[in-house]
Design a protein around this ligand. Sequence first.
Ligand SMILES: [Zn+2]
Length: 455
Amino acid sequence: MPVTVPLIVVMGVSGCGKTTVGRELAERLNVPYADGEDIRREAGLADAFDEPSDEAVADWLRRRAASGGVVSRAALRRRDRDRLAAAVPGLYFLHLDGSRRLVGERLAERKELFVPHDVLDAQFAALEPLAADEQGAAVAIDGTPAQIVDRAVDAARTPYCVQLATGVHAYIQPDGGWCLSNAGFVSDGTTTLLVDTAATERRARLLREAVLASGAPDPALVVNTHHHGDHTYGNGVFAPATVVGHAACRQQVLAAGRHLELVWPEVEYGDVRLRAPDMTYTESMTLTAGGAEVRLLHPGPAHTVGDTVVWLPEQRIVFAGDIALCGGTPFVAFGSLGGSLRALERLRSLGAETVVPGHGPVTDPGVFDTAERYLRYVGELAAEGRAAGRTPLETARAADPEAFAGLREPERLVANLHRAYSELAGEPEGHPLDPAEYFADMAAVNGGEMMPCHA
Ligand SMILES: [Zn+2]
């Protein structure tokens, strides 16, 4: 199954082929598809010529947050897209982009669809192409339908930049699964601060190209949100930048070494030169970099023991690292369950408007609520399972986490239970557990096979 962004709106003017492309794209991605009529029918609305409301479309998409889904919709105006995007965190737009002449020719070939010239002219006049601060990409509509769909699939699996504020970008790697982590950068055109560096040399170089393409210079500072290789393996590509991180992150990078290879030896990592943070802090550190105030906050043991949250108070943007994953299952085996709940509370108290999660599309603080509900559920499950004398694996197998069926990587439940059991036994938060043990258990619930690395 191709790795792509989860929720997609295929948009464009009448005659651009959004219904055909949307349907075929959904088929290729093996996710559900809906056009206006499907959505009206599912919402129980009377048949009408009009497009269904934004609310009905948003509902349909939100219900597919887990499985993914594709919708085709005109969405020509920016404010219409903004309304939809606000209602569906992480929504991604694919704009089927063709000239007035090409669309006119396509329409002339389609006997079943009659669109008067003046209506098409009005649509082109209303069309506001995707801007740098929207999540999405344009796809050219010349060539055959198969070629257009190929391009759409490519676009939906390609890392992309979203401008979140002046000088602030998120760098998102679809689909945000195992090892496909996000990054971000803050720049005023003179200095650049980068947050996290991807899992392979190739991906780190693509990230560097995206930074330079935005007009920002090479980063002078790299902040690591934690030690995991999908956030730090690319550090070497940004030498001689100073790498900043929590003191425990430095220790963990040095202690863990080439740890991704232990789980995923088959991946082509390229020329990875491990670099641990050379500048460290313990509680918080404020930097002025890229023209912005950048606060590094350590919330205590959470996703790992050395997490850093990167908070831009002026822009109200937070890079949450892997404490928040959009569409993914929280993962606390390396850190702490109780500590993660406190970290989520701290993240919430910042009052951020925009959250860049460690994996998955840019979202809002609602992602903290999902993580909290899930972790409380894990805590309850662990207490019951442990009292009944069941192992974490037995507890995970007996569980029915229906309420969280929408989250990717459900296998993390068993690893999270290992951590919850440890805390119930009175071991300190962040007490080292053996990853070999909980990765083996995750493979066991994943049908006996290790989950594939998506990088
Ligand atoms: Zn991580």
